[in-house]
Design a binder for this molecule. Structure first.
Ligand SMILES: [Ca+2]
Ligand SMILES: [Ca+2]
Ligand SMILES: [Ca+2]
Ligand SMILES: [Ca+2]
Length: 314
């Protein structure tokens, strides 16, 4: 980021009266964060399905994960099991990457069917127990050249196909980064179309940082529902958790979303109902931003408020 060029530093030193205004401007610049959608450059998003391992779904307007494993390998019914994962690639070329950085990954809900039974334990019941997404990073950089137009379950990087539909087959080319749960449903009737689920973790920061240090210009994240195909919650098993890919250029309409089912008078409808996604605002996206405390400390140092003003190279 360009928040501490030497010229600017000299200006700041000379014009301390204007420090507050300058600080505000610099803050806006320094904490500026870019969500990089799969729309950018050679970015990509595609779902792969073990039940149809040679199928390419790169141009689909949906991205989903569904897992069920009721039948073992060799059973005539194994083909009715399900195991699908979502591949997303982000083009980081030409970006002014901050150091150190902080990151996040987000996707947005495609359909209006994410009600409480699909995300929470409704058996106990216990809304604190929920499913969500498990996120993996492709750490074998030599496999970054997968294409949205050709990726299938059989040729996807990080998967060793075992033929047993419903068992996840990730291999050591992928590194597990963590999980993110869906939120508690509370008094909503479902999660609104277009709302985001955001994953962030020190592991993700490290994964992106390591990739960039290694010279990568793209990074790949793979997402799947957390639960295995044998979860005891039948409403989670074999349910298709759907998200918007870049090809979903207009979000579904969701006029009956209710933010509070106990209030008969609140206005209905998702705030993102029918929203325009032609520029990727709702596509799978990776955030790369300056690590906040360091950036703020740097600004304060520049203004002589802490330590000495420092000159730093970009
Ligand atoms: Ca796609
Ligand atoms: Ca199976
Ligand atoms: Ca399998
Ligand atoms: Ca209501």
């Amino acid at each position: 980021m360009g928040y501490c060029t030497c010229v600017f530093t000299e200006k700041v030193r000379a014009a301390r009266v204007g420090s507050v205004v300058v600080l505000m401007g610099l803050m806006a610049s320094a904490v500026h964060a870019d969500w990089i959608p799969t729309n950018r450059g050679v970015g990509a998003d595609a779902e792969i399905r073990e039940s149809n391992p040679t199928q390419n779904r790169g141009t689909s307007t949906e991205l989903a994960s569904r897992v069920r494993n009721d039948f073992p390998l060799g059973d005539p019914n194994d083909g009715s099991d399900r195991n699908s994962a979502m591949y997303t690639k982000f083009d980081l070329s030409g970006l002014d990457i901050p150091t150190p950085l902080t990151t996040a990954f987000r996707m947005t809900y495609r359909n209006n069917n994410l009600n409480g039974t699909r995300i929470q334990d409704t058996v106990t019941p216990n809304p604190a127990i929920r499913t969500g997404l498990a996120i993996y990073g492709l750490t074998n950089a030599s496999l970054e050249n997968w294409s949205e137009d050709t990726i299938t379950y059989l040729n996807a990087p990080g998967i060793t196909f075992d033929g047993d539909v419903g068992t996840k087959d990730f291999n050591s080319d992928l590194t597990f980064l963590g999980t993110v749960n869906f939120p508690e449903i509370g008094s909503q009737n479902w999660l609104p179309v277009g709302e985001q689920i955001v994953f962030s973790s020190a592991n993700l920061d490290q994964f992106v940082s390591d990739a960039l240090t290694g010279g990568a210009t793209t990074v790949t994240l793979v997402s799947t529902v957390i639960h295995g195909g044998d979860t005891p919650f039948s409403n989670w098993r074999n349910f298709n958790y759907l998200f918007n890919p870049k090809e979903q250029t207009t979000l579904n309409s969701d006029p009956n979303y209710d933010a509070d089912i106990n209030d008969p008078n609140n206005p209905l409808g998702s705030p993102y109902s029918g929203a325009d996604n032609s520029t990727g605002l709702y596509s799978p996206s990776l955030l790369i931003a300056p690590e906040p405390t360091t950036a703020v400390f740097g600004l304060l140092a520049m203004l002589g408020l802490v330590g000495k003003p420092q000159r730093r190279r970009r």
